[in-house]
Design a protein around this ligand. Structure first.
Ligand code: NAD
Ligand code: ISE
Length: 342
């Protein structure tokens, strides 16, 4: 008797801005096994425009709850603003549907915990968080080199997360919840270690910022095994989108490769282009991440970054935000990971 194996999942997307639109494009044009059948945005016109080139028959919902509970929407994708994530993810869990939620899973650890609790109560992993860096080939190579012992024990990490510029709604705490959150997730994965403390230091401020955003910021983290990490978060650096990570070990140093672009020799100079946009810098990582999510839904078993990862990152983020206010080293007490997420 032939088994009825599902080949395509129907996705409903909530939030069709920059990344929502990009994920609609990749699900439709680059990846296999997914169809965008529904969209919602507080700006309905935007939702309509975002999906039209890819599926003109997709339904545009003005009520987000109707999209989540629609019988033909099998999987929910949450790509709206961070503050809205918890509500939509909890509703998708209530509906018993798989849900891909862009980072941050929620803007507070308390809300992340509600998601983790609701998912466990349902008895099945339903949530994948949009932490794409563990899917990036550069970070994977770093992890392989460390695991093979080629640099000995890791001692320190020097990292930088630089964006060319951010909009007027981006405030100081978002340097942590919106930007550093990627490092909080990926560095823990890279080292297979947990954070024990955080401190945020503000260097001289750039003039290319506004009064609600202190930029740049320097975040100092310490792990259980004593590894010291410094991450520069500089979101108005002007010159490019630049992600750096060097792991210093006892016997060597391993660093992220520069994204490959052409090298230009001209007029007695040697030029390399620096990318300007996260969409280009991590394009492959987003593709691999999303294909893994789609495959997980089809196989009925998710394997990517879980709501537990989202929760742990949020706990660490809260210590960083506290330190933004106190200037002190703040402890990070991470809860023990339940078997459900191991
Ligand atoms: P954006 O402002 O371009 O788009 C967000 C969209 O959500 C907007 O169209 C807005 O109208 C819509 N929206 C807001 N509230 C809504 C609600 N209640 N219901 C329905 N729609 C709503 O922002 P963006 O850059 O696309 O970011 C969206 C999310 O994706 C954020 O959480 C952000 O942190 C995350 N993100 C992740 C990455 C990554 O590297 N993984 C990159 C960019 C953005
Ligand atoms: C954005 O939301 C992202 O997630 C990008 O990857 C990050 O570099 C940027 O700082 C965030 O605003």
């Amino acid at each position: 008797m032939s088994q009825n194996i599902k080949k395509v999942i129907n996705i409903g997307v909530i939030g069709t801005g920059a990344i929502g639109e990009d994920h609609i494009r990749r699900c439709t044009q680059t990846l296999t096994g997914a169809k965008i059948v529904a969209v919602n945005d507080i700006d309905a016109e935007r939702a309509k425009k975002a999906v039209a080139p890819y599926n003109s028959e997709a339904k545009v919902y003005t009520n987000v709850y109707e999209l989540i509970h629609a019988s033909d929407v099998e999987v929910v994708m949450v790509t709206s603003w961070g503050q809205t994530h918890a509500e939509f993810v909890l509703e998708a869990i209530k509906a018993g549907k798989y849900v891909f939620c862009e980072k941050p899973l929620a803007t507070t650890a308390e809300d992340c915990k509600k998601i983790v609790d609701a998912e466990q109560a349902g008895g099945k992993r339903l949530v994948q968080v949009g932490f794409m860096r563990p899917y990036d080939s550069g970070y994977r190579e770093l992890r392989r080199v460390i695991e093979e012992g080629k640099i000995g024990q890791p001692l320190m990490i020097h990292a930088a997360h630089r964006n060319p510029r951010v909009g007027p709604n981006y405030v100081t705490s978002m340097g942590i919840t919106d930007t550093l959150i990627h490092e909080l997730d990926v560095l823990r994965w890279l080292l297979d270690d947990d954070y024990v403390s955080a401190q945020v230091i503000f260097p001289r401020q750039t003039q290319c910022t506004h009064e609600k955003l202190r930029d740049p910021q320097l975040v100092l983290l310490e792990t259980k095994s004593g590894i010291r990490i410094d991450v520069e978060v500089f979101v108005n650096c002007q010159y490019g989108y630049d992600i750096q990570c060097s792991v210093v070990g006892e016997k060597g140093i391993v660093s992220l490769p520069e994204p490959s672009t052409v090298t230009l020799r001209s007029e007695a100079k040697l030029y390399n282009t620096i990318l300007m946009d996260w969409k280009d810098r991590f394009i492959e990582a987003y593709d691999v991440e999303m294909q893994d999510f789609i495959n997980g839904c089809l196989a009925n078993k998710l394997a990517g970054p879980s709501s537990w990862n989202g929760y742990v990152a949020a706990v660490a983020a809260e210590a960083c935000i506290k330190s933004q206010e106190t200037g002190k080293v703040e402890p990070i007490t991470l809860p023990v990971c339940p078997n459900f997420y191991k």
